[in-house]
Design a binder for this molecule. Structure first.
Ligand code: NAD
Ligand code: LMR
Length: 325
């Protein structure tokens, strides 16, 4: 590492929370930008969380991470977003047992409105923003609506955790390594309506549906289990997923920045009308990332089942959008 490499500024909201208790240490260790890139951490949380945040900062300091050049704690979004290179918006209220993610909508809408305004005013125009706090897709829409000068293509919401969950289930069933499977898609909302779609997935150049011959497993076990995995973690662990979510946040941001070398991944991004998804909805799509940007895979033929599944999750996104309006 050169002493003269200027640090990348990483802004993280909800920094005193449990998801960030995993995320911050991995970012500080270089898991996003690699072992040669110093970082400044801008940690945003509510005024009442600043004492707990101070404790987390003490722990980061005690790790003596060579890449960490500066740590800023703040409760002011304008300070947090100023000149940031990448932003992880995690801060929001998590759901507890018996709640759906959309139950969090009104509690979190106000947060993303205020943060959108600060982003609009303060952030670098090429900064990339990943929304993790739930309901993630709709929070990202609110953010974009309140940041009119900020390119919506610089914002995505997290669907990578669902993609990773689906990969593990498929690789177990097919008895292969996760890295051997390509062209998996998670469409739609990060909610129980999401659609994990293996229609184009390949393993060693073969269609995955020719390897896993059990079609009823796909429809009756795989799709619903991926969709309900967040709930299953909450019920089993007693708290919402944290380390796996932090891992997925880094995966999604790293692929966005570094590219996927022709491989498909899933990202929830603003629709530009692809697959008849209404423009502006933040929806999970298949993408390839290259040159610091993403490209939605176009022209896939969807059969009746896929169309029904996509329409269902898109209808929910429309409902959430209208409810927030
Ligand atoms: P948590 O309650 O432990 O932490 C949330 C933190 O956000 C708290 O420190 C809180 O003070 C802070 N916060 C609240 N409002 C804020 C604001 N206006 N500005 C800055 N910070 C604020 O929750 P958690 O377990 O860390 O989860 C955080 C969020 O991530 C939840 O919404 C959860 O549902 C979501 N999540 C999303 C995914 C996904 O796949 N998209 C996965 C896991 C968790
Ligand atoms: C998850 O999918 O694990 C998170 O979105 C947390 C939740 O509320 O399900």
């Amino acid at each position: 590492m050169s002493l003269f490499t200027s640090p990348k500024t990483i802004t993280i909201s909800g920094a005193a929370g449990q998801l960030c208790y995993s995320l911050l240490f991995r970012l500080a260790a270089g898991d996003l930008f690699g072992p040669q890139q110093p970082v400044e951490l801008r940690l945003l949380d509510l005024p009442q969380a600043q004492t707990a945040l101070r404790g987390v900062v003490m722990e980061i300091e005690d790790c003596a991470f060579p890449l960490v050049q500066n740590i800023v704690m703040t409760d002011d979004p304008a300070v947090a977003f100023d000149d940031a290179d990448v932003v992880f918006l995690v801060g929001s209220r998590p759901r507890s047992k018996g709640m759906e993610r959309r139950d969090l909508m009104s509690a979190n809408a106000e947060i993303f409105k205020i943060q959108g305004q600060a982003l609009n005013e303060k952030a670098k125009r090429d900064c990339r923003v990943l929304v993790v706090g739930n309901p993630a897709n709709t929070n990202a829409s609110i953010l974009i609506r309140n940041a009119p000068d900020f390119d919506p293509r610089q914002v995505s919401s997290m669907i990578r955790l669902d993609h990773n969950r689906a990969l593990t289930q498929l690789s177990r069933k097919a008895r292969c390594q996760v890295g051997e499977i390509d062209r998996l898609i998670v469409w739609g909302n990060h909610s129980p309506t999401m659609f994990a779609d293996w229609s184009y997935s390949r393993l060693d150049g073969k269609a995955l549906s020719d390897v896993i011959l059990d079609k009823s497993w796909y429809c009756e076990v795989f799709i619903p289990e991926v969709a309900r995995r967040g709930t299953a973690v909450i019920e089993t662990r007693g708290a919402s997923s944290a380390a796996s979510a932090a891992n997925a946040a880094i995966d999604q941001m790293r692929d966005w920045l570094n590219g996927t070398r022709g491989r498909w991944t899933s990202m929830a991004v603003a629709s530009e009308g692809h697959y008849d998804v209404p423009e502006g909805l933040i929806c999970g799509f298949p993408v390839i990332c290259e040159n610091g940007s993403f490209r939605i895979i176009e022209g896939l033929k969807l059969d009746d089942f896929q169309q029904v599944m996509l329409a269902r999750t898109v209808a929910e996104l429309v409902e959430e959008r209208d409810a927030v309006r």
